[in-house]
Write a protein that binds this ligand. Structure first.
Ligand SMILES: [Zn+2]
Length: 327
């Protein structure tokens, strides 16, 4: 399927493919053996990964040096080992458990709207953008835009409006961010806390990967005007939220690791040498089979270009959910 030209088209296209996508996703989950995750673990490794880094999404030219989220190969190995160890720790985890929970995970969502003042420029976005964002998430994660269906649905539990100029804009990695999150974060490991605001360094958003021990930093930060109907040109259909929550559910970028190695740890996303921006149809940066996955939610393309997760990504997210976030 080519890049979606606009929101209407991708939604319409998604309707026809939803059933098939759900079936594909079921099959993919079924063939992910717990044993393979176990065998990937080095003996006795049970330390938290050294990296609890967030993972970001940036605009072109926003300063690649400021990608808070690019993982080194070592960090990927540590996270993979930690995932395997977390699965072992789960007394209730067994082979095949993933398949039985398909399409049954509803994630409670709390949205913190950080504002400098009561103006729109000061962060006061209307509730309607937030409810639209939840709809976009539910469509994307259900495969309703043309990709694989995942296990996940999202339920908006609360909108929490906070006026605090010292937290605005939200600065990645700052003490203000830590202070904001420790003050505001609610719920257990299964609760998705979304922080909306103007962001530092032209970032569209960033997220934390799942960890065994709940951190007060856990959650996703999203540019307020990237919500559907916002003012962030080319990035205002809500896919930054979709992308960041992908990280929160343990997905890496499709360009993780470049052309070599295990890449993003997902077999059905072709390798990609570097992030794709805008919508470079036909891009092919690695000699391995398959064009670059520029329409994948975990790349860096325009919202109008990205519309899908793969069955492998759906499976990886569900495995991580069972390991880290399930109650
Ligand atoms: Zn990212």
């Amino acid at each position: 399927m080519g890049p979606r030209p606009n929101l209407l088209t991708r939604r319409a296209a998604g309707v026809a493919s939803t059933t098939l996508a759900l079936l594909l996703s079921t099959a993919a989950v079924g063939v992910v053996p717990a044993a393979s995750a176990f065998s990937a673990a080095p003996g006795g490794a049970c330390a938290e990964p050294a990296d609890s880094h967030a993972n970001a999404r940036v605009k072109p030219g926003a300063g690649a040096t400021h990608e808070p989220n690019e993982l080194t190969a070592k960090q990927v190995r540590e996270r993979d080992a930690d995932l395997a160890a977390a699965l072992r720790e789960r007394a209730n985890f067994r082979a095949g458990a993933g398949a039985t929970t398909l399409a049954t995970v509803t994630i409670p969502v709390v949205v913190h709207v950080i504002q400098r003042d009561s103006t729109r420029a000061g962060g006061n976005i209307p509730d309607s953008l937030i409810t639209s964002q939840i709809s976009v998430l539910n469509q994307a994660y259900a495969g309703g835009t043309g990709g694989a269906a995942t296990a996940f649905a999202f339920r908006l539990d609360k909108i929490n409006r906070v006026t605090n100029p010292s937290w605005y804009p939200i600065v990645d990695g700052s003490s203000a961010e830590r202070s904001m999150k420790s003050s505001l974060r609610v719920g257990g490991k299964n609760t998705l806390n979304i922080y909306l605001g103007e962001l530092s360094d032209d970032l569209l958003g960033w997220a934390t990967f799942p960890q065994r021990k709940l951190s007060s930093m856990d959650g996703v930060v999203v540019l307020n005007e990237s919500l559907p109907g916002g003012t962030a040109t080319n990035y205002n259909q809500g896919d930054t939220g979709t992308h960041e929550i992908g990280h929160w559910l343990n997905l890496y970028h499709t360009f993780q690791g470049g052309c070599g190695g295990s890449g993003d740890g997902v077999s059905d996303t072709p390798a990609e040498a570097s992030p794709a921006y805008e919508c470079p149809t036909g891009r092919n940066t690695c000699s391995a089979t398959g064009l670059d996955p520029i329409t994948n939610f975990m790349d860096y393309t325009y919202d109008s270009c990205m519309y899908q997760f793969t069955p492998g990504q759906a499976s990886r997210m569900l495995t991580a959910w069972n390991a880290y976030r399930a109650a």
